[in-house]
Write a protein that binds this ligand. Structure first.
Ligand SMILES: *Cc1c(COP(=O)(O)O)cnc(C)c1O
Length: 236
């Protein structure tokens, strides 16, 4: 972990500020602040930082690599805490991922759906997943369009070992707010359409919004923010 230790009080302070901004954005959009869950993205950050966030009340963490997550969270027993995978998952790491994560947000292909279903069944587990929609030119992961995502969603709903909780997307890393908003709108529309089409139980999660764009994401209906830098500081 390349990052130097961040004083615990900085993380507490950062979370307080973030909480205010989330409440303000929710109010502006006529939403209750409770309808938006905050995930702390702890990739590249140390166990000390994770513990500081936990003590400050965070109960949901996100990591984007199986190996790093295993190293940091493998032995850790944080009561009431969940861990999500938010980065691209290779099929050969699906078994480990099913063991380690409460939810895999970055499911981006039919073959990964099938692999995760099989591994979850072997493990005697029901795994929560989100399907990732590709909505930005400068990002690479995700189903290329809503139709391919819906086909995988239909398949996933046929497996008792998977519980499809919703969709996830990443907006482009640009200053142009209209381009960011267009990404979020595309994902929200696919999410609403999927709700209508499949009427699946527990389909309640729209994961959108990072440090630079979470206020727009809240305005566009996000129910889960994935925030790293605004909590832990810049990644080195
Ligand atoms: C790193 C990462 C985040 C958090 O990014 P910040 O800009 O630090 O808030 C969110 N989602 C995904 C998929 C990521 O890889």
């Amino acid at each position: 972990m390349a990052n130097e230790k961040k004083p615990e009080k900085d993380i507490v302070q950062a979370l307080r500020l973030l909480d205010e901004r989330i409440k303000t954005a929710a109010a502006r959009s006529g939403r209750s602040p409770e309808s938006v869950v905050l995930m702390a993205v702890s990739k590249f950050h140390s166990l000390d930082d994770i513990m500081a966030a936990y003590h400050a009340g965070i109960r949901l963490f996100g990591e984007n690599r199986v190996q790093e997550a295993e190293k940091k969270f493998g032995e850790l027993e944080l009561e009431g805490c969940s861990l999500h995978l938010i980065g691209h998952l290779q099929r050969n790491k699906a078994k480990k991922a099913v063991k380690l994560f409460d939810c895999i947000q970055s499911v981006n292909s039919m073959s990964l759906v099938e692999e995760l279903a099989e591994r979850s069944q072997e493990a005697g587990k029901v795994t929560d997943i989100l399907l990732e929609l590709h909505t930005a030119e400068d990002t690479k992961n995700g189903f290329p369009d809503a139709d391919s995502l819906f086909a995988a969603l239909e398949r996933a709903l046929g497996f008792a070992s998977l519980r499809v909780r919703g969709l996830m997307t990443m907006a482009p890393f640009v200053q142009d707010k209209a381009a960011i908003r267009a990404s979020f709108v595309a994902c929200r529309k696919a999410y609403e359409k999927a709700k209508d089409l499949f009427k699946a139980e527990n389909f309640d999660t729209l994961s959108m919004g990072m440090t630079n764009d979470f206020e727009l994401a809240i305005e566009e209906g996000s129910t889960l923010l994935r925030i790293g830098s605004a909590i832990f500081g810049a990644r080195l």
